[in-house]
Design a protein around this ligand. Structure first.
Ligand code: MSP
Length: 528
C-alpha cells in the first residue's frame, strides 16, 4: 500500500556557506526519500534556508548588503551543492517566502487569541550570537552556557509563548513513544532535561528597535518574531504551499489543517535537539497538531580529529570532496564510516581508504570482472541459467539472499533503514558483494569446462549486480545507474515496480551487456 512519507532537514542559516555538516543531514534525507520513492510511497522531502534574525542580518551588513539580497545570493550556494551531491528534494523553503510569513502570522494570531501568548516585562541575560535569553542559574561566569561568549543583561517588554504548561504532557509523550526521539541516548537527555529543570516560557518576540529583520507580530507591529519560532514553523508551512498534491486527495490544505502533517522524520544535528524536541513539540501541542513521528539527532563530524571551525580554517567543503572523489563516494563514506547518531571523524586518508577498498576493489572489480567474463565467454550476451548445475551449492548461497522477502537482503535493509541504521544497511549490502566475490574465487570460472555451469555462474553474477544496484540506488544513485547501463538496463529506475524488481530472476537472458569504464578507478597516493 502507498504510504505518505514526509522528511525534513534543518533549514540552514544563510550566514554561512554549506559544509560537511549541512551535507550530512541533507544526504541522509535524500537516501530515505529516494528509498521511499522507490517503494512507491508518496514522498515529500523538504529542505531550505533560515533567513531571518540577528546572525543573518549581521552577516549581510558586514558585506554591505541588504539581508534579502544577501540571502538570495547565499541560497544559490545551497542549491548548487545539493545538485552536485545528487540531492533530489521536492521543495526548498525560504523563510522569507511570502506564504511562509503568512502562515507564521496566522499561527501567532491564533495562539494569541487562544491565550497561549502573553506580554510581559522581562529581565534576563541575553546572548547576542545565540539570540536567546538565559536564566541567572544557567549563565556561567557571565558567559553563555552554549557558546561561551559574554551575555548582557537586558530588560524589556516581550511576548511569551506559555510553553511551561506543556512540560508534563511532553514528558509523557516522550516516555510513551520510544521512537519519538532517537537515538535513545538523546531521548534520555531530553527526558533528563525535562525532569531536572523547570521549563520556562519562551520569549518569542524581539523589539524592532533591536532587530528589524524578521516577521512582524500580527498583533503588535513594534515587534518581530523570534527566529526559532519562525524557523520551526517551516516544517508546517511548507506542507501548505510547497508540498505536492497527494494522489487521490481532493482536499486543499489550509493554514490550520494539512494533509502532509505530521512529518515522519525531522533529521537534525545534536546541537539543535532542544529547540526541536521541546520548543517545537510544545508549539504543536498548543496548536492541537500531532507531533512528528520521529526527531533524529545525528552526531557531529570532526576533521582530522579536530573540531571544525572557520577560525582554524579546517571547514570541509563538500564541493571539493565531490570534485576529488565523486559525489557518490562521498555519500558512501558519510554513511558507511560512522553510525548515524554518533560523532565521526573525516579525513582524506579515511575517505581514500574506503574508496579504494570498498568501492574500487569490492564493488568496482566485481562489476568489471563479471562483465569481462560475459564478453569473453558469451560474446557479451547474458546466458540462460540452468538450475541443475549448481555443483557445490555456491549459487544457492547467493540466491538465498533473495529467497524470502522479509528475512532476505531487501527485507533486512528495509528494517535497518526504518531505524536509520545507514551504516548497517551498507555493511550488509557489502557482505552480499563480498559473497559474490568469493563465489567467483571458489567457482574459478576461468578453469570451468562445463558450459552449462559457466552459463549459470555468469547469469547469477549479472542478476546479482542488477540487484546490488537496486539496493545501492538510494545511497549512490548515479553508481546504480552506471551499473544498470552496463547491464543494458538504461533508465531502469523509472520503469520498475520495487516489489517485482527485488525478486530474483528479473534480468532477461539474452540481454546484451554494455561494458563501460571502471566505476571507481583506484586512487594511488594521497599525501595527507
Ligand atoms: N537555522 C538553524 C536550524 C533551524 S531548523 C528549524 C540552524 N542552522 S545551521 O545552518 O546552523 O545548521 C546547522 C546544522 O548543521 C545543524 O543540524 C547542525 O547540527 C549541523 N552541523 C553543524 N556543524 C556540524 C558538524 N561538524 N557535523 C555535523 N553536523 C553539523 O541551526
Amino acid at each position: 500500500m502507498k504510504k505518505k512519507f514526509y522528511i525534513t532537514t534543518p533549514i540552514y542559516y544563510v550566514n554561512d556557506i554549506p559544509h560537511i555538516g549541512h551535507a550530512y543531514t541533507t544526504v541522509a534525507a535524500d537516501i530515505l526519500a529516494r528509498y521511499n520513492r522507490l517503494k512507491g510511497n508518496d514522498v515529500f522531502f523538504l529542505t531550505g534556508t533560515d533567513e531571518h534574525g540577528q546572525k543573518v542580518e549581521k552577516a549581510a551588513s558586514e558585506k554591505g548588503m541588504a539581508p534579502k539580497e544577501h540571502a538570495d545570493s547565499m541560497v544559490e550556494n545551497f542549491k548548487r551543492i545539493w545538485k552536485k551531491l545528487d540531492i533530489e528534494y521536492d521543495a526548498f523553503i525560504r523563510t522569507t517566502d511570502a506564504e511562509h510569513k503568512k502562515t507564521v502570522q496566522g499561527v501567532l494570531q491564533h495562539l494569541f487569541e487562544k491565550g497561549e501568548i502573553e506580554k510581559r516585562l522581562y529581565s534576563g541575560w541575553y546572548c547576542l550570537p545565540d539570540e536567546r535569553f538565559w536564566t541567572e542559574k544557567e549563565v556561567e561566569d557571565g558567559k553563555c552556557p552554549d557558546c561561551k561568549r559574554p551575555v548582557e543583561q537586558i530588560s524589556e517588554e516581550n511576548y511569551f509563548f506559555l510553553m511551561s504548561k506543556y512540560k508534563e504532557r511532553l514528558t509523557k509523550h516522550i516516555e510513551e513513544n520510544p521512537h519519538f526521539i532517537l537515538p535513545e541516548t538523546r531521548r534520555n537527555e531530553v527526558l533528563g532535561f525535562l525532569k531536572s529543570n523547570p521549563l520556562g516560557d519562551l520569549c518569542i518576540s524581539r523589539p524592532k528597535q533591536r532587530l528589524s529583520w524578521g516577521i512582524t507580530l500580527p498583533f503588535d507591529d513594534n515587534f518581530v518574531t523570534y527566529v526559532w519560532f519562525d524557523a520551526l514553523l517551516n516544517y508546517y508551512s511548507a506542507t501548505i504551499y510547497l508540498a505536492p498534491r497527494m494522489a487521490n486527495n481532493e482536499s486543499q490544505s489550509t493554514a490550520l489543517s494539512s494533509d502532509w502533517w505530521p512529518a515522519d522524520h525531522h533529521l537534525i544535528g545534536k546541537d539543535i535537539l532542544t529547540t526541536h524536541a521541546v520548543y517545537w513539540s510544545a508549539m504543536l501541542m498548543a496548536l492541537d497538531f500531532p507531533l512528528p513521528e520521529n526527531i533524529f539527532a545525528h552526531g557531529w563530524w570532526t576533521i582530522n580529529g579536530k573540531k571544525m571551525s572557520k577560525s582554524v580554517g579546517n571547514v570541509v567543503d563538500p564541493r571539493k570532496i565531490a570534485d576529488e572523489f565523486g559525489a557518490d563516494p562521498f555519500r558512501y563514506f558519510l554513511f558507511r564510516e560512522v553510525p548515524f547518531g554518533l560523532d565521526g571523524d573525516f579525513s582524506e586518508q579515511a575517505m581514500t581508504q574506503r574508496y579504494n577498498t570498498d568501492l574500487a576493489n569490492n564493488l568496482g572489480n566485481l562489476l568489471s570482472r563479471s562483465l569481462t567474463m560475459v564478453e569473453k565467454y558469451r560474446d557479451g550476451s547474458v546466458p540462460h541459467p540452468v538450475e541443475s548445475k549448481d555443483r557445490e551449492g555456491l549459487e544457492k548461497r547467493i540466491k538465498a539472499w533473495f529467497a524470502e522477502p522479509q528475512s532476505g537482503l531487501p527485507g533486512r535493509i528495509d528494517a535497518l533503514l526504518k531505524n536509520l541504521e545507514f551504516h548497517n544497511a551498507l555493511a550488509l549490502l557489502w557482505s552480499f558483494i563480498n559473497d559474490l566475490n568469493e563465489y567467483i574465487q571458489h567457482a574459478t570460472p576461468w578453469k570451468e569446462t562445463d558450459q552449462e555451469t559457466l552459463s549459470n555462474l555468469l547469469y547469477v553474477l549479472c542478476e546479482a549486480l542488477r540487484l546490488v544496484a537496486l539496493m545501492l540506488y538510494p545511497f549512490m544513485p548515479s553508481t546504480a545507474e552506471r551499473i544498470w547501463e552496463q547491464l543494458h538496463l538504461e533508465e531502469y529506475i523509472s520503469r520498475v515496480e520495487f516489489d517485482d524488481a527485488i525478486k530474483w530472476g528479473g534480468l532477461k537472458p539474452g540481454t546484451r551487456i554494455n561494458k563501460g569504464p571502471a566505476l571507481f578507478p583506484r586512487i594511488e597516493k594521497k599525501n595527507t
